[in-house]
Design a protein around this ligand. Structure first.
Ligand code: ZN
Length: 133
């Protein structure tokens, strides 16, 4: 894994979370993007090498809505940049990690992504992401 690419934070509403994070980080939100397949709207901020991704649910049955219902707003996942997502998924499978998707899927910010089950990672939802070429 190359670096922490971004940190995902679950929020109830982007309309209030974006201006707050702009103040906190002292940098403008540079992109908002819906990911229909995940039922989320995302908003991105650059903080050096690592980005912050805010996630708002677009549907009460979506993963982010259910996460907030159970745990409240807050840290949702850590995403690692990988060179070759297919190879990394294979390696982690061999190591006994459970992948939440068997093939990489399109994520926000022009990425291919895969999530690991948090039960194998001490409760942390881990995302692998690779720039789509
Ligand atoms: Zn993410």
């Amino acid at each position: 894994m190359k670096k922490v690419e971004h940190i995902g934070i679950a929020v109830r509403e982007l309309t209030t979370a974006i201006p707050l994070y702009e103040k906190l980080l002292n940098t403008p939100c540079y992109k908002t993007e819906p990911v229909a397949s995940e039922m989320v709207n995302t908003a991105f901020f650059k903080t050096g090498e690592t980005k912050i991704e805010l996630l708002e649910s677009t549907d009460p049955s979506g993963v982010i809505a259910r996460f907030i219902e159970k745990k409240g707003e807050g840290l949702h996942h850590i995403a690692f940049d990988v060179e070759d997502i297919h190879a990394e998924m294979e390696r982690l499978k061999q190591e006994g990690f459970e992948l939440l998707n068997e093939t990489p899927k399109p994520g926000a910010d022009n990425k291919l992504v895969c999530f690991l089950h948090p039960k194998n990672t001490h409760g942390v939802l881990v995302e692998l992401c690779m720039e789509r070429k």
